[in-house]
Design a protein around this ligand. Structure first.
Ligand code: ADP
Length: 429
């Protein structure tokens, strides 16, 4: 598979205000997760399926062979190192590849194999003899579109006649160009422009429509409406697929508006628990004192690997500088870095090249680094009302019960913050 060249990507997230808390940017987090992803995320839950026609038989597959794919596609799948379908793919693939095509809404956390599933569906439905766009995939950002494109290229490595093209800002295609690529991946705004204004894509010829990362999509101003405008122009026989990592009501409402007569597949996330975490607190006078307490345990925490959480970027930076000046080896992960820089820091940490990672809340959600044994809350997580932020506390130190190992957590507490800690203690019992 070949693709057109794409412009450089700069996922930087610079802000002038150094004192800002790092806001959680859904799209950046999602990209980061993709960049650092090494394998499938497991879940001990069962896949829930809601069929549009409950009387039709429910198929699931345990092998890729059962799907009767084109040989070159099967080769691509095995070349990626996939041995068998993931949990969600077992149920989703037969539906996605069925004749006649079925629509699907699928929700499962990132890393469970959704992208691989819809890429496979797109690749298997392309007619290589026809040189016009046949599959259209919407993604919330430029960078996420590129990531999906890379999967298409890898899985389609042996499908030499399939080509992919990116409808993203900066990819200027002159009006009147005859677009011959069969798979188009792009952001809603640019796709809309290519379809309606510049007439580069004929939506009536699209066979597979994919809306990826629906939760991130609806979080972006204008994207829901643009996606719906695109969807409305598709032919009724077009297969429509929607994916989301989370499923709040708002995502659900959007999904039902945009996907007619869907089957629904859900895979619940592994719950976080504090059961196998020993939690301690160290009572301190002030920040300097907290720093001293941290240094006192430094020798102990570097036996394994540790993450130290601060509430603000400024605090994280201060702590990093202090520790480095005292000769401790630490690395800093904060929201002012580009996503690529963050990914490389996390990768170094994962590879054990760094033992101690100092970070703000950017790292608390989603990004799992399995081998962390010790978490230090240099600052307690609080919300804007200065109340304890229980959820963030759980995300910082919690583990999934089944796969998590035992862990240790230390909270550095200034005396006046003790009531906050007591509230956390009561909350989690
Ligand atoms: P999601 O879209 O849900 O985030 P991905 O499709 O990106 O999940 O898959 C997560 C990771 O697991 C990727 O590294 C992908 O290459 C890999 N993966 C996907 N499906 C399989 C499979 N059946 N077997 C092994 N690895 C897989």
């Amino acid at each position: 598979i070949r693709s057109t060249t794409v412009p450089n990507v700069d996922g930087s997230n610079n802000t002038e205000d150094d004192d800002e808390d790092d806001v959680v940017d859904l799209a950046a987090n999602s990209l980061l997760n993709k960049l650092i992803r090494q394998s499938l995320v497991e879940s001990s839950h069962r896949v829930e399926v809601l069929q549009k026609d409950p009387s039709s038989p429910l198929y699931s597959v345990k092998t890729f062979e059962e799907l009767r794919l084109k040989e070159e596609l099967l080769k691509g799948i095995y070349a990626m190192g996939f041995n068998r379908p993931s949990k969600i793919q077992e149920m989703a693939l037969p539906m996605m590849l069925a004749h006649p095509p079925q629509n699907l809404i699928a929700q499962s956390q990132s890393g469970t194999g959704k992208t691989a599933a819809f890429v496979l569906a797109m690749l298997s439905r392309v007619n290589t003899l026809e040189l016009f766009p046949q599959c259209l995939c919407l993604a919330p950002t430029y960078e996420l579109a590129l990531q999906t494109g890379r999967v298409v290229e890898r899985m389609g490595k042996f499908c030499v006649d399939v080509q992919v093209m990116y409808a993203i800002r900066g990819n200027h295609i002159p009006r009147g160009t005859d677009v011959t690529k069969q798979i188009i991946i792009g952001t809603p705004g640019t796709v809309l422009d290519w379809c309606f204004k510049r007439k580069l894509i004929d939506l009536t010829k699209i066979r597979v429509f994919v809306l990826d990362e629906a939760d991130v999509m609806i979080d972006t101003q204008g994207f829901s409406d643009q996606s719906i405008r695109i969807q409305r122009a598709l032919p009724s026989e077009c297969q429509m697929l929607l994916f989301s990592a989370t499923f709040e009501d708002s995502v659900w409402q959007f999904a039902e508006r945009i996907i007619p007569d869907p089957n629904v597949i859900k895979l619940r996330k592994e719950e976080l628990t504090l059961n196998n975490i020993r939690q301690y607190y160290v009572l301190c006078e002030n920040r300097k004192d907290k720093y001293q307490a941290l240094c006192n345990i430094y020798g102990g925490i570097t036996i394994g690997q540790a993450i130290i959480f601060c509430q603000t970027r400024r605090n994280a930076k201060w702590l990093t500088v202090e520790m480095m000046q005292d000769g401790h080896q630490v690395s800093l992960l904060s929201g002012e870095l580009t996503v690529d820089q963050r990914a490389s820091i996390i990768q170094r940490f994962r590879d054990g090249k760094e033992k101690v990672l100092i970070t703000t809340n950017v790292c608390a959600r989603g990004i799992d680094v399995k081998q962390v044994t010790i978490v230090v809350n240099f600052d307690l997580p609080v919300n804007q009302a200065e109340e304890p932020d229980y959820e963030t506390y759980l995300h910082r130190i919690g583990r999934t019960g089944r796969f998590g190992k035992k862990g240790l957590a230390f909270n550095m507490i200034e005396v006046d913050k003790l009531p906050l800690l007591m509230k956390i203690q009561d909350h989690f019992r």
